[in-house]
Design a protein around this ligand. Sequence first.
Ligand SMILES: [Zn+2]
Length: 383
Amino acid sequence: MERRDFLGALAAAPAALGLAGGRMPEDAGRGGGAAGGERSTRGDYLAWSAEERDYWFFNAGDGLDRLRRLADRHCAAADFRELARSASGLPVYGFRLGSGPRPVAILSGMHGCEPSGPRGVLAFLDALLGGARPFGRPLDAARLLARLTLLVFPLINPGGAERFALHFPDSWHGTWIPDWNDANAARFYAEGNEPCKFFYGTYVKQAPMRFTPDQIAQWEATGHVIGSSMTDQGLDMWFDWDDTHGIETRALKQILAAVRPYCVLDFHNFMFPTEVFLPTIPSASYQADESALAAAIHAEWRARRLLFNPRPPRGYPKPPEKYYEDAWFHQIGARCLIVEFNGGMLATAGAEYEPIPGMRALTRRESLESAYAAACALAEALA
Ligand SMILES: [Zn+2]
């Protein structure tokens, strides 16, 4: 396969890419100024699975390095571009794989405190490009890439991921917050959502969930950083798909509107237990397709004995105002699924929570496998 311009639709949307040449400067994403080698260090005392070793990056810089190295090893098989830079200068990367007639998009890492999706997507890319078999689960890359054109955006809020790693050095809550009690829940929400409570008295987000530069300056004067669920600009991308303000959201919208994917899969990673959701506002045109795709993901998880909520898929709980992401995907003609992997915590406070007998929090390895398996199942169901 020849190296091509990223996205055939770019002729119609030349502004869709942030950099004219498409390649990134050598130091892009290497927070900390490392010389390009492995940044991760994993003590030998840690019982890492092979998949955690290969795909569980510790912070955004580490993850961006790994994505760039993977792209460099397979530059003939995938277009790899920097779509935008966050306000702190971290790149938002996109991969384009395959030449099939059906475009499919995968987004992950919208919220920096939700680490499993980006790592599972890295595993998925390695299986497609490098022939890896994470968790013993192969992919027929030749077949999939002949039928699909995959647009993969592995870490769409790199600034949030980097801040998350400041507070959770292996980017996994479960290591550092062993119990889901009230005090630890407050720490969890503060890390992700402040300065929400600082200004509004609650960690519960209110649409459109964005802070002004003046508010951010006030918050940072207290010695704290913006919550990791938000971008470097202090907004939550989930609420940013109508009157878009965010650098990262704008770049993604331009590409997705130009390509008009058949389906968008959006990985999140907070609630308990793991669940696949339909979009917030149902669409009679797409609901049957979306339900069938959700069933394919369920079947994959069931076969792999991964825990999840097996109920028929429901719409994502609707916020009181109109700001939410998934209605926009329907507007551009895409089926959409939102997948919430359990992130190793027993968070039961959200409107999404449903108690299921026998459930427990997933381990880091299980959470990573859930994300990898969901991407595999969706791609195979659509090919
Ligand atoms: Zn999320």
